[in-house]
Design a binder for this molecule. Sequence first.
Ligand SMILES: NC(=O)c1ccc[n+]([C@@H]2O[C@H](COP(=O)([O-])OP(=O)(O)OC[C@H]3O[C@@H](n4cnc5c(N)ncnc54)[C@H](O)[C@@H]3O)[C@@H](O)[C@H]2O)c1
Length: 280
Amino acid sequence: MSFSLLKGKKGLVFGALNEKSIAWKTAERACGEGATLVLSNTPVSLRMGTVQELAKKCDTIVIPADAAKVDDLEMVIEQGMEKLGGKFDFVLHSIGMSPNVRKGRTYDDLDYHFLLQTIDVSAISFHKVLQTCRKMDAINEWGSVVALSYIAAQRTLYGYNDMADAKAMLESIARSFGYIYGREKKIRINTISQSPTMTTAGSGIMGFDNLMDFADRMSPLGNATADECADYIITLFSDLTRKVTMQNLYHDGGYSSMGMSLRAMQIYNEGLEYRDVKRN
Ligand SMILES: NC(=O)c1ccc[n+]([C@@H]2O[C@H](COP(=O)([O-])OP(=O)(O)OC[C@H]3O[C@@H](n4cnc5c(N)ncnc54)[C@H](O)[C@@H]3O)[C@@H](O)[C@H]2O)c1
């Protein structure tokens, strides 16, 4: 169903790898709501993923770029504005990567070179996108920028590793830059803290299936899917949320306000019974 919420708006979307990606769902939804947009992802993801299919669906182009490189970002922004014939009204940063997670290095045995890459790609790239857009005056007044975060920025979750540090920084960048861009151009900047979601990045986290099951049991509304996340992002890109900025917005079915739920307690009780049977 379309409400034409983004009719006439232009967007730049980073991070669509395949049809499971949050950025993919968001781009599809944005086009359905009347937006035109350009896509960007790394050269390697263009070879490994299926983003060209999405480009076809959205009648657009994919501009290869490493979001951690300012030169690449300048090129994406310039080519993107050229393709769309003007400045952007919305930007999605849906980028995350941790070499420590990929290589199985635990938080008490981090490789520090990898840690710097995690922070650079998953957090500082957000600052680079914002700073480059501002220097090139690439976002219209009342534009909207969204990045994807996770509750591990506030609370410790086993296995999330150095991505927790990156997400804490990402959320801080949204506040710090949100002040500057809001003051100057009424541009709003927010992060969405999404439920665990079965995507390529998500499934790289240790014990991800169980984490998803736990979060689902703890959330009164259940986990939010990637499609539902896209719906929420569309509202933030629309003119219906013009005074929402510098926020970290939970999109998690209520998980972030829970301590213990009946459904999670039942599993815990079953586990204890099993332990007692084994003991006796
Ligand atoms: N999946 C989850 O459980 C979950 C939960 C909360 C937040 N998030 C966040 O959502 C965002 C999107 O992830 P996703 O779950 O859709 O997975 P995904 O794997 O589909 O997307 C991650 C994207 O980051 C891109 N990327 C990696 N390094 C890059 C670089 N140097 N330059 C540009 N792009 C780069 C990848 O190519 C990929 O497209 C990430 O920030 C992730 O941390 C995911």
